[in-house]
Design a protein around this ligand. Structure first.
Ligand code: ATP
Ligand code: MG
Length: 255
């Protein structure tokens, strides 16, 4: 991979882009994943490529919910595997959660590559390639889920999800934690908790929050989760974006 000068103003963004490209070259990321990443980059640019307070609050509520769950599952696709493999493994260990590969552009070869890649980072027992059942009413390849994984999960963490499956998971009575830079997406709107942030910042934050809350009582965790309101949190993120755009454009400050 070509060297990126450390003093480049977009160093971090270019490094992240490098990880996606490497994942693409290794057959983990599909071409569509490159486009999805670009859409995310545009939204992150508007956010100033930093984590904002509502996202941190959502992260804390998500950690509480995941710790309260009996059967949490982390759903992994190509982009998340390429971007944050270490954090996926770390969070699974903290939460005692299962990891399941679930792909929109599914092929047995890519499932195997992602599984092997996560195992090389220390993941144990990665699901998604056997004992599969179908989520009813979902036509995309995302419908194939592991019986002992997403199918029987009470809470599913879905970094970079498509709206269709989020809707179906919620309809099945599951709680869904989404990480999505787009506060307008269907995923963000229908998820139980949406963290509007880049996965490369949100996942380390989620690991930290889970570690910090691990020894709290169930009643304390319930309190943190119950006081979170997703609709309100998304509204604050959108308001924050509007204010930033108005300030950056030199237009009048919003009231
Ligand atoms: P939906 O199906 O939920 O309406 P969509 O069709 O816009 O959303 P997809 O193309 O299905 O979304 O998935 C890509 C989503 O992931 C986009 O919303 C994009 O902003 C987001 N995304 C891409 N890269 C990242 C990243 N690194 N961190 C967080 N979100 C990201
Ligand atoms: Mg979509």
């Amino acid at each position: 991979m070509e060297e990126i000068p450390r003093d480049h103003p977009r160093y971090v963004s270019l490094m992240i882009r490098g990880r996606i490209v490497k994942g693409f070259e290794e057959g983990i990321v599909v071409p569509q994943g490159l486009l999805a990443h670009g859409r995310g980059e545009a939204l992150d640019y508007i956010l100033g490529e930093e984590t904002h307070p509502p996202a941190l609050e959502a992260t804390r509520a998500a950690a509480a919910l995941l710790l309260l769950s009996k059967h949490p599952v982390i759903s992994v696709n190509g982009n998340t595997a390429a971007l944050i493999p270490d954090e996926i493994v770390k969070l699974a260990k903290i939460l005692n959660a299962r990891i399941e590969v679930n792909l929109f552009h599914r092929s047995p070869d890519r499932v195997r590559k992602i599984k092997e890649f996560l195992q090389s980072k220390g993941a144990e027992n990665v699901l998604g390639d056997s004992d599969l059942v179908e989520i009813p009413g979902l036509s995309s390849q995302r419908r194939f889920v592991s019986r002992g994984g997403i199918y029987s999960a009470d809470t599913v963490l879905v970094p970079l999800e498509d709206g269709d499956r989020t809707e179906k998971l919620v309809a099945l009575g599951k709680r869904v934690v989404a990480i999505d830079l787009n506060p307008f997406s269907r995923t963000s709107k229908v998820a139980t908790i949406s963290i509007v942030d880049n996965v490369v910042r949100a996942m380390p934050n989620l690991c930290r929050a889970a570690e910090e809350l691990k020894n709290h009582t169930a009643a304390e965790l319930e309190g943190i989760f119950r006081s979170f309101n997703n609709e309100e949190n998304l509204r604050r993120m959108i308001e924050l974006i509007l204010r930033r755009l108005s300030r950056l454009s030199g237009l009048e400050e919003l009231p």
